[in-house]
Design a protein around this ligand. Structure first.
Ligand SMILES: NC(=O)c1ccc[n+]([C@@H]2O[C@H](COP(=O)([O-])OP(=O)(O)OC[C@H]3O[C@@H](n4cnc5c(N)ncnc54)[C@H](OP(=O)(O)O)[C@@H]3O)[C@@H](O)[C@H]2O)c1
Length: 344
């Protein structure tokens, strides 16, 4: 254990079009290693997960994810190793994940500042799989696909941000249901990789192609299930192509995170097509987590679901990688490894 605790600190709020995690919104800081008090654990952070939620923390607008005060050490989904425990439920050496500081080390009680638990990673898997496919990404994909979308064999399923952390698993779950699966992503290269590497039947580059027209060609009978991570014009294009009795699961709305004016115009089509559109929030669906992890674990062990990961290296890479997901730079879940992975 070295004696330095590198940190990324929120230097200023950033909200509005073109303001997505600009370089000067994070500042570098060095501090001493924090000490764990009674009922606390000291965690050596290994992986940070780059997630759109980071944007909510820097934008100064209250919501389900509260903004951080300027000057705070940034936080985000991460996984690490317990190096010291003064908490009866955790032992040194255990692998845990939760919302940790963007720092080499984090001190936590049994919950994060939002009251969510510090989870023990599922054992028997590499850490990066356990915190993604067998963690939050897999569970979100499972909730949206099976609690809301409920695809059946022969359905056409569409997934937006299809190459992302949650999207890449949602697409694989839909394939396991016997559906035909179309991914939407931001480049021709990512579209090619979705088909060749992740197993989508087709993929559309929404920036380079006419999305409404391509969906009509690829889903002539309409879209039965849409798993949406994007919102805005992408959601509109799918609504236009929605099948009668179609189901839409709203997981996220990445298109509006930088631009508060992005909206949806075609919602009346839900009435005309008997459509169901429902959102979900992971932490309010905790009852389904054991089922989701058991089934995803079985499929993963059988080689029916694979990890789609994009791993950057080094503490200095964290702000750049976090910004990159808003430019579509990631192919799979964007992680940054900042220290030795004991499972690698
Ligand atoms: N409901 C919940 O409980 C819950 C929990 C966690 C996360 N989420 C949401 O789930 C979604 C996926 O999260 P993730 O962590 O797996 O992230 P991710 O999909 O790995 O990364 C975000 C993706 O969003 C797409 N994107 C970025 N800017 C966009 C824009 N302006 N328009 C359209 N697409 C854009 C990009 O994909 P392409 O390059 O492929 O377009 C990017 O890769 C996010 O919206 C997140 O907020 C919801």
């Amino acid at each position: 254990m070295n004696d330095l605790n590198r940190q990324w600190v929120l230097a200023k709020e950033a909200y509005g079009e073109g303001m997505c995690l600009p370089e000067d919104c994070f500042g570098y800081n060095e501090a001493g290693i924090p000490e764990s008090g009674e009922g606390e654990i000291l965690v050596r952070n290994v992986y940070f997960a780059c997630e759109p939620a980071v944007h909510a923390m820097v934008r100064g607008v209250p919501g389900r994810i509260d903004p951080l005060p300027v000057g705070s050490v940034m936080r985000g989904s991460a996984a690490g190793v317990v190096v010291e425990s003064n908490h009866p439920d955790y032992q040194a050496g255990e692998l845990v994940n939760g919302s940790f500081e963007w720092a080499d080390y984090t001190v936590m009680g049994g919950t994060d500042p939002r009251g969510n638990p510090v989870n023990k990673l599922i054992t028997g898997y590499p850490m990066a799989s356990a915190m993604t496919t067998l963690g939050m990404s897999g569970v979100c994909a499972y909730i949206g696909m099976f609690r809301i979308g409920k695809p059946v064999p022969g359905d056409t399923v569409v997934v937006s941000a299809a190459a992302g952390g949650i999207g890449s698993i949602a697409g694989q779950l839909a394939k396991l249901s016997g559906a035909r699966v179309i991914g939407i992503t931001s480049s021709a290269e990512k579209a090619r990789r979705l088909v060749e590497e992740v197993g989508y039947d087709d993929a559309i580059d929404y920036r380079g192609e006419d999305l409404v027209g391509r969906l009509a060609e690829l889903a002539p009978e309409g879209v039965n299930v849409f798993f949406d991570n994007a919102g805005g014009p992408i959601l509109d294009a799918v609504l236009v192509n929605l099948a009668n009795w179609g189901r839409i699961a709203i997981c996220g709305g990445a298109s509006s995170y930088q631009n508060p004016d992005v909206g949806v115009k075609s919602h009346m089509l839900l009435a005309q097509r008997n459509g169901l559109m429902r959102g979900f929030w992971l932490f309010d669906n905790a009852d389904i987590i054991p089922e989701a992890l058991a089934r995803i674990g079985r499929w993963h062990k059988a080689g029916l679901i694979k990890d789609v990961l994009d791993i950057a290296e080094g503490f200095e890479a964290v702000p750049r990688a976090a910004r990159g997901i808003f430019d579509g730079a990631n192919m799979g879940k964007q992680l940054v490894r900042i220290s030795d992975d004991p499972t690698a």
